[in-house]
Ligand binder design. Structure first.
Ligand SMILES: [Zn+2]
Length: 79
């Protein structure tokens, strides 16, 4: 999928729940091949992103989403 904002190829991945220190709970996006513990370091090392979006529930390994790191956009199917 191409980014609707800049037109570049977006990366495939999934939106996940990131639970950091001191109750820091946020929406993260990780590449499809990400496995294991969701630490900020591991997420960023894999090419993923911990977003500033507060989230307590979004965690779905099967729902594919697309990320454009140039624009900082995530595209998710809603059905
Ligand atoms: Zn873009």
């Amino acid at each position: 999928m191409n980014c609707p904002v800049c037109g570049k190829e977006m990366e495939q991945g999934t939106c996940r729940f990131y639970h950091g220190r001191a109750g820091d709970r946020r929406l993260a996006w990780v590449p499809l091949d990400f496995k294991g513990i969701m630490t900020k370091g591991r997420i960023e090392q894999s090419g993923g992103v911990v977003t500033p979006v507060h989230s307590t529930i979004f965690d779905n390994e099967e729902q594919i989403s697309y990320c454009c790191k140039d624009c900082g956009k995530i595209v998710i199917d809603v059905r």
